[in-house]
Design a binder for this molecule. Structure first.
Ligand SMILES: *Cc1c(COP(=O)(O)O)cnc(C)c1O
Length: 415
């Protein structure tokens, strides 16, 4: 296999030095694991522990005064992160809120933007959507007194692209649909949805449209503002390396700012200038800030600050450039060496995917489990998704071309 070629690519990789800014997990013998699981939990930036420790020190030394004093006052702890986050998803900083976790944010924004009325009650989601998203929309349907089975319409793309399937669905049933909620990248197959095509189709049909960017944020460049999408949510512990349970993100398009849309409000959605006057009537913060409910989870946001600094320094353009090459390299090795026994489910066009490749081993689920176990034994960390997917996601920030070779060698031996 092309060990020499991989070494050469690693030597020429302009992002190679960035790997040292992350803690690479090791096996019992002290050898670096091949960590291809950044689509599930990104690795720890080496600066993250200091970022958390700094806030622990403020708490120790200043206690309650840390809300207003210290290096980064807690009352506006996430404010400086909004600009970096906005860059990654193509938004204005005032369209972004950094708060809660993904599913909580989804509920908050569904409360505002899923307003079933008359014939328009249905919610379109993709078939085999991530369970949490499905539970959230089912719960919202029930909350409005609707039957989830009749309310949720699953978009299946048996042939063609998901965008074409959406177009077709909305051309016949668009006037029954209140909301389209689709992924930036589908978690199981790794298929990227074009935000412009999705939003255009939804808006032509008069529906609200939200995007779940769990697998897209920090993975592929997204242009939320320009796409005209109504809202979006994402988590920050996957490609964004914010740490387990790190604070999530939410986007609300500028055209909804200052509108009288219903919000499930809280005191941190009050403008900071009047928040502590403790008024009976909320004085909403500007922009997406009006959707914030609670005070910032400082200790779950500090590691994200460390990680976003790396993203800002390197820039999404360079990250994506390496990602396309690295995933393309892994793909070509798999096709060359394992083509007979492994099928890549993820689309082969780079613009239709991010870092992740989802594989199915021919011969069925048991054979797939065997290959997956062999990967683990060889120190290659991917993940398994039912019914029979092995997901491998080389991260452009900390993975190498040589690791792709190690991964494919391990699969080759198992087969
Ligand atoms: C990872 C992921 C989630 C996780 O939700 P949390 O609220 O952060 O636990 C939800 N939806 C999708 C599509 C995901 O990929």
């Amino acid at each position: 296999m092309s060990v020499a070629e991989a070494r050469e690519l690693d030597r020429a990789d302009p992002l190679a030095p960035i790997r040292a800014r992350f803690a690479i997990p090791r096996d019992g013998a002290g050898r670096d694991l091949v960590y291809f699981c950044g689509n599930s939990l990104g690795l720890q930036p080496t600066a993250a522990a200091d970022a958390v420790d700094r806030e622990m020190r403020v708490w120790r030394e200043l206690a309650v005064a840390g809300h207003f004093r210290g290096p980064q006052p807690w009352v506006r702890y996430e404010e400086p992160l909004r600009e970096n986050m906005a860059q990654l998803i193509g938004a204005h900083a005032d369209e972004v809120a950094i708060m809660n976790a993904l599913t909580v944010n989804l509920h908050l924004l569904l409360a505002s933007f899923y307003r079933p009325s008359g014939r328009r009650t249905k919610i379109v989601i993709e078939a085999h959507a991530f369970p949490s998203d499905r539970y959230a929309v089912a719960g919202q349907a029930r909350w409005h007194g609707l039957d989830p089975d009749e309310t949720i319409v699953e978009l299946a793309a048996e042939r063609g692209t998901p965008e074409e399937a959406l177009e077709e669905l909305l051309s016949t049933r668009g006037d029954e649909v209140a909301l389209v909620l689709l992924p930036g990248i589908q978690y199981a197959t790794g298929t990227r949805y074009d935000e412009f095509e999705v939003v255009n189709a939804a808006r032509r049909a008069g529906c609200m449209v939200g995007l779940d960017l769990a697998h897209a944020a920090g993975n592929v460049p997204v242009r939320l503002h320009e796409s005209q999408c109504d809202f979006a949510v994402w988590c920050t512990y996957k490609y964004l390396c914010g740490g387990p349970g790190s604070t999530g993100g939410a986007f609300v398009h500028r055209r909804h700012h200052g509108s009288d849309v219903v919000r499930l409000a809280g005191w941190f959605g009050n403008a900071e200038s009047t928040r502590f006057e403790m008024r009976a009537q909320q004085d909403p913060a500007a922009g997406a800030g009006a959707w914030v409910v609670s005070n910032p989870a400082v200790l779950s946001t500090a590691p994200l600050a460390a990680s976003l600094a790396i993203f800002a320094e390197v820039g999404m353009e360079k990250i994506r450039e390496k990602s396309v090459r690295l995933t393309g390299f892994l793909e070509s090795l798999i096709n060359q060496e394992l083509g007979e026994s492994v099928r890549i489910v993820t689309p082969d066009e780079p613009r239709r995917r991010g870092a992740q490749l989802s594989l199915q081993v021919r011969g069925g689920r048991d054979q797939g489990r065997r290959v997956f176990a062999a990967l683990e034994n060889a120190g290659v960390i991917g993940d398994w998704r039912e019914p029979d997917f092995i997901r491998l996601a080389p991260s452009p920030l900390y993975n190498t071309y040589s690791e792709c070779v190690r991964c494919v060698e391990a699969m080759q031996q198992a087969l």
